[in-house]
Write a protein of this length. Structure first.
Length: 313
C-alpha cells in the first residue's frame, strides 16, 4: 500500500510564529532589564549605605557600653579608634551590683512577663481561628468582624478602665494585669492572621479526617497545629518583641520592683541617673540582647510565616 506524503509547508517568519517569537523576545528583554536594574551596582551601594546607617547607632551603643565613665563624658564613642579604652565595670554595675542600679531582677521579670504573654494569646487565638475557619455556629461572621474591628481600638483608651478594674479585683501590682492586658491586646490580630492561614488549608484534609472518625479536638491538635507552625512562629516572634520592648503597659500596671519589667527599670534609671551614660548604655544593650537572639534564631520561621498563604499553586 502506498503511503501518503503530506507536504510540509514552511512557516512564514513574518506572521504568527514570528510575531510570537518577537513577543517572547520582548518579554524576555523586559525581564532582563528589570533584573539588571535590581542587580545594578548603584542599588547594591544604596542597600549597603542604608544597612550601615541603620546599624550605626547600635554599634555606637555597644562601644559606649564598654567605655569608662570618664571617657564617655569627655569624648564621643568614635574616639575609640584612635584611643581605645574598654572596661567591664559598666556591665558589672548593672548586672552584679546590689543597689538600685542592678538590672538583673528586672531582666528576670521581663522573661516572666513575656513568656506567658506570648504563649497565652497564641493558644487562645489558634483555638478561636479554628472555630471561625472550620466550625459552624450562629453569628460566626458577625463575631469575626467584631473581633477584627477591635484592632482599631487604641491601647491608650483602655488603660484607665483596665486599671480601675484591676484595682477593684485586687490584682493590681502583680503579673496578672500585665499578662491579661498583653493577651487581650494581641488577640484580635492573632485571630485574624491565624484564621487567614487556616482558610488556605485544603478542605479535603478536614473532610478526610472526619471520614476517619476524627473530631474537632483531634483535627486541631494532630492536623492543624503541625501545619500552623510557620504562622505561630511568625506571630510569636512579633508578640515577643512587642511585649519585651513594651513600656506603657508595664509602667501602668506594674508599680513595684518585683513586678516591673526591664524597660521600666531603664526608664527609672534615666530619670534618676540622667548623666550616667555608662549605666544607661550598658543597661540598654542588655535589653537588646534577648530580642536579637530570638529574632536571629527564629528568622527563617518568621519569613516562612509571613509568606505562608501568599502564593497558591
Amino acid at each position: 500500500m502506498a503511503q501518503l506524503s503530506v507536504p510540509v509547508i514552511p512557516a512564514d517568519p513574518g506572521v504568527d510564529t514570528g510575531s510570537g517569537r518577537r513577543r517572547r523576545r520582548g518579554g524576555g528583554s523586559v525581564a532582563a532589564t528589570a533584573r539588571k536594574r535590581l542587580t545594578s551596582p548603584w542599588a547594591s551601594l544604596a542597600a549597603v549605605v542604608l544597612a550601615v546607617l541603620w546599624t550605626l547607632p547600635t554599634f555606637g551603643l555597644l562601644v559606649t557600653s564598654f567605655r569608662p565613665e570618664a571617657d564617655i563624658k569627655n569624648s564621643g564613642w568614635w574616639t575609640v579608634f584612635t584611643n581605645p579604652s574598654f572596661t567591664l565595670d559598666n556591665y558589672q554595675a548593672v548586672l552584679g551590683s546590689t543597689g538600685q542600679d542592678n538590672l538583673a531582677p528586672y531582666f528576670i521579670n521581663s522573661i516572666a512577663i513575656t513568656l506567658p504573654a506570648v504563649l497565652a494569646p497564641l493558644l487562645i487565638a489558634a483555638l478561636a481561628a479554628y472555630a471561625f475557619a472550620w466550625m459552624k455556629f450562629p453569628g460566626k461572621n458577625t463575631l469575626f468582624v467584631a473581633v477584627f474591628a477591635l484592632q482599631v481600638v487604641p491601647l491608650q483608651v483602655t488603660l484607665l478602665p483596665l486599671l480601675e478594674l484591676w484595682v477593684d479585683m485586687g490584682i493590681n501590682r502583680t503579673f496578672w494585669p500585665i499578662w491579661l492586658a498583653h493577651t487581650m491586646f494581641a488577640l484580635p490580630l492573632a485571630v485574624f492572621l491565624l484564621h487567614n492561614f487556616m482558610r488556605e488549608i485544603p478542605g479535603e484534609l478536614i473532610e478526610a479526617a472526619r471520614v476517619d472518625g476524627a473530631g474537632h479536638v483531634t483535627i486541631f491538635f494532630r492536623l492543624m497545629l503541625p501545619m500552623l507552625k510557620p504562622a505561630l512562629a511568625a506571630f510569636g516572634i512579633y508578640q515577643f518583641l512587642w511585649v519585651w520592648n513594651d513600656l506603657l503597659v508595664g509602667l501602668t500596671f506594674g508599680g513595684q520592683p518585683n513586678v516591673n519589667p526591664l524597660t521600666v527599670a531603664l526608664f527609672n534609671l534615666t530619670g534618676t541617673r540622667g548623666t550616667a551614660w555608662h549605666l544607661l548604655s550598658a543597661g540598654a544593650f542588655v535589653s537588646i540582647i534577648v530580642p536579637v537572639i530570638v529574632f536571629v534564631a527564629l528568622q527563617r520561621y518568621f519569613v516562612r510565616g509571613l509568606l505562608a498563604g501568599s502564593v497558591k499553586g
